[in-house]
Design a protein around this ligand. Sequence first.
Ligand SMILES: NC(=O)c1ccc[n+]([C@@H]2O[C@H](COP(=O)([O-])OP(=O)(O)OC[C@H]3O[C@@H](n4cnc5c(N)ncnc54)[C@H](OP(=O)(O)O)[C@@H]3O)[C@@H](O)[C@H]2O)c1
Length: 330
Amino acid sequence: MPSLTVLVAIYSYLRFWNIPVQHVERLRREFPAHRFLHATGDDEALARMPEADVAFAAELRGRHLSCATRLRWVHSPTAGVGGMLVPEMVASPVVLTNSRGLSAPTIGEHVVAVTLAMFRKLPQAVRGQMARRWTQHEVTEPPPIRTIAGSRALVVGLGAIGGEVARRFAALGARVHGIRRRPERPAPDGVSLVAPPGALPDFLPDADLIVLAAPQTRETWTMIGAREIALMKRDALLVNVSRGKLVDEAALVSALESDAIGGAALDVFEREPLAPESPLWALPNVLITPHMAGFRADHWDAVTDVFADNLRRFEAGQPLVNVVDKAAGY
Ligand SMILES: NC(=O)c1ccc[n+]([C@@H]2O[C@H](COP(=O)([O-])OP(=O)(O)OC[C@H]3O[C@@H](n4cnc5c(N)ncnc54)[C@H](OP(=O)(O)O)[C@@H]3O)[C@@H](O)[C@H]2O)c1
């Protein structure tokens, strides 16, 4: 295979979301035949794009693609690529791959952690601790402390993340049902019933716990709105580790303010960072985490492994893994 020019363009206002330079160096060592360009900002990415055969990038938009005259393949360090599926990308022959699966076990743990925290009223206990107050009386008042064992969980999206979530809940004694776009596919371990998205309204009234793990696509945009929330049990817990835009946030706030549902554990929001004036911050039945469900210490090693494996396939003319279906949106 002739030498390739690979543009590494993974930068963000968030420190963590900038690929550390040692990982770019690692790629240079492992693939000495290729030329790696490292852009640390948008202007640099735009300037280097015309040279790139391959981009390892998180946030390409139409303006990047319009000057990408040689580009054949883009690999994203994230699982969610909704933001990159601009019309220019969908229309272009450029292959798009993602890093689905990479953070799924970590996110599975996060979902168990926030569910247990909410079921066991840990935020209330921590608020008491911060005020040096013994809250035994308050935490044992209704609503009662709950267990995952015996709960009915509904996992929306049964891909890499949904599968890890389902397996963990089933192991802890929950009955797990799932919703996925293609219900005919084999169900992940621990899921006793799978249905298509159209069946969501039938499944919501029965769930103690609803986990959103579907991608952001045209079909999933505000799939949880006032109508769906109204179908949930009064003590239902909603956990969102997918993307904020799957939920109508205003409808959710109004349901939480009126105790129409039990609570929410939210890792993702309509707009991030969540604005200081958002009513969500002050609601006692909400656990907010700052889009951190997938973080772990060796994150960039794992991201670079996935890309390096795919680059070897690309060099060898073999099929790439994690090819995004641009029409389906994930
Ligand atoms: N919070 C975080 O830090 C974080 C980190 C990583 C990813 N994420 C988010 O999590 C999403 C899922 O990641 P993943 O790795 O699990 O992706 P994945 O393996 O591609 O799985 C996506 C799942 O969603 C299902 N789905 C698609 N459209 C649906 C619909 N309309 N209704 C219900 N289910 C639908 C798919 O169904 P089929 O299996 O039938 O195709 C599939 O099971 C990503 O797209 C990203 O937005 C968040």
